[in-house]
Each structure stands twice: as structure tokens, then as C-alpha cells.
Design a protein around this ligand. Structure first.
Ligand code: PMT
Length: 221
């Protein structure tokens, strides 16, 4: 398989999960470890790209030679991504962004007074959808983390978010999705074609995603 050279290309990768604060000590989060996104960022840097990694909190070591912008909330991720977007050739959004955040963030630690506690959540911006609407020359790659109807849900996200490719993972499969070292994905393109990959290390998935990104860049000319 050809290893496209990405020298002179600026690639933005998002990784990890966002955290939405409830009070000074608590947050709503998800199980993303950042492994998938970090693997893509490292592989892109090895191919000579200038890489910007916008990362939610993770336990991973920031890769050398990559500009890492750390964020916590979806809104912070949105700001960081929008700031860089115009100057990027490729954006790959592996991050697991919270769809909702607590409407109120308590100034002080919430006390355990009642027998139950009701949280009111409000919608977060869909960063990738915004990028799709603003897209000019960029190649936009999204992910879809699904627990049912993988292909139809992923195809809908590809269309709604105006993506060039979507990486669909059924996160209920063993050896796939959140926190695993391997992943099982299907790559879906604008023409509806689907490329199924077997279970493989996230580092290998990252290389194949970048091979396809190189093809898309070549096609674009
Ligand atoms: O980090 P790991 O532990 O290695 O796990 C990898 C992973 C499972 C997190 C990764 O493979 C993955 O699937 N990432 C996308 C997770 C996700 O949030 O999927 P989604 O189907 O909810 O979102 C679809 C796309 O829109 C994603 O590219 C997401 O970054 C983006 N999005 C979603 C919501 C939102 N408010 N803004 C967004 O930009």
C-alpha cells in the first residue's frame, strides 16, 4: 500500500472525550481514551504533515513534534478547532464530543441534600456540522460511534455534516471503540461506497485512514 507524503499539508486532529462541568469537582464525560486520535496525529506527523492535535483530557503522553492544544469542554474544543480551520487542508475528528452539557454549573460543590437530583442539560454545538457548513478546500473526515444501525446512522452523519469520509465503528463489538487498543471500522465515502476493515490495532487503522486521505487529496488536485 502506498504511503502518501503529507509534507506541506496542515492536518488538524481531535482526540479524546470532552468534559462538561457540573460543579467545581464534577463533570459529565465519556469513555474515550484518546488512543484513536493520537494514533492518527502521530501517523500524520510521520508522513511529514504539520499536525495540530486538539485533545480532551487523556492519560496519553503528548507526541513529540506535534502542536497539542488541550481543551476540556465541547465549547473549548469548538473554539480551538474554528481558530485553526481556515488554514487546514485536512480535519479528522476522532474526538467524542458531549452532545449535551449541564445548563447550570454550580459555583460550589453540590450538596447531597435530596433523595434524588435532577440535571437539566442543554445542547452543545455540533462542531463537525459547523465545519461542514464552512467547508471550502478542506478534506473533512468524521467518526461515527454507534451501538445500533451502524451504516445508516453513519451515512446520515456523512451527509448532514458534509463530510468526505466517515469512519464508522460499532462500539459494542469486543476489540472496537472506546479505550481498546484495536478497532473495527468501516470507511464510508460520499458516493455511498463502504470499505470494511477487520479488527486491527488503532495504529494500523490510522495508517489506512491516512492512505485514504492522501487519495482524496490527490483526487482534489
Ligand atoms: O479515544 P478512544 O478510546 O481511542 O476511542 C475511539 C473512539 C471510539 C472515541 C473513536 O473511534 C470515535 O468513534 N470517535 C467519535 C465519537 C463520537 O462522538 O461519535 P459521534 O457519532 O457522537 O459523533 C460523530 C462525529 O461528530 C464525530 O466525528 C465527532 O467528533 C463529531 N461531533 C459530535 C458531536 C458534537 N457536538 N460535535 C462534533 O464535532
Amino acid at each position: 500500500r502506498s504511503r502518501g507524503v503529507l509534507a506541506g499539508k496542515r492536518i488538524l486532529v481531535t482526540a479524546g472525550g470532552t468534559r462538561e462541568p457540573l460543579d467545581p469537582v464534577r463533570y459529565l464525560g465519556n469513555r474515550s481514551s484518546g488512543k484513536m486520535g493520537y494514533a492518527i496525529a502521530e501517523a500524520a506527523a510521520r508522513r511529514g504533515a504539520e499536525v495540530i492535535l486538539v485533545s480532551g483530557p487523556t492519560a496519553l503522553t503528548p507526541p513529540l513534534g506535534i502542536f497539542v492544544k488541550k481543551v476540556e469542554t465541547a465549547e473549548e474544543m469548538r473554539q480551538a478547532v474554528l481558530t485553526e480551520y481556515a488554514a487546514c487542508d485536512v480535519v479528522i475528528k476522532a474526538a467524542a464530543v458531549a452532545d449535551y452539557r449541564p445548563r447550570e454549573v454550580a459555583e460550589h460543590k453540590i450538596k447531597k441534600t435530596g433523595e434524588s437530583l435532577t440535571l437539566v442539560l442543554e445542547k452543545n454545538p455540533d462542531i463537525l456540522r459547523e465545519l461542514g457548513a464552512l467547508k471550502r478546500h478542506q478534506i473533512l473526515v468524521g467518526f461515527a460511534a454507534e451501538t445500533q444501525d451502524l451504516l445508516s446512522n453513519a451515512k446520515e452523519k456523512l451527509a448532514q455534516k458534509n463530510l468526505d469520509m466517515i469512519v464508522a465503528n460499532d462500539v459494542t463489538l469486543p476489540g472496537a471503540g472506546f479505550n481498546a487498543d484495536t478497532n473495527i471500522v468501516k470507511l464510508i465515502y460520499r458516493d455511498g461506497s463502504v470499505e470494511e476493515l477487520e479488527r486491527m490495532p488503532k495504529t494500523r487503522v490510522a495508517e489506512i485512514i491516512l492512505d485514504r486521505v492522501c487519495d482524496l487529496l490527490t483526487k482534489k488536485g
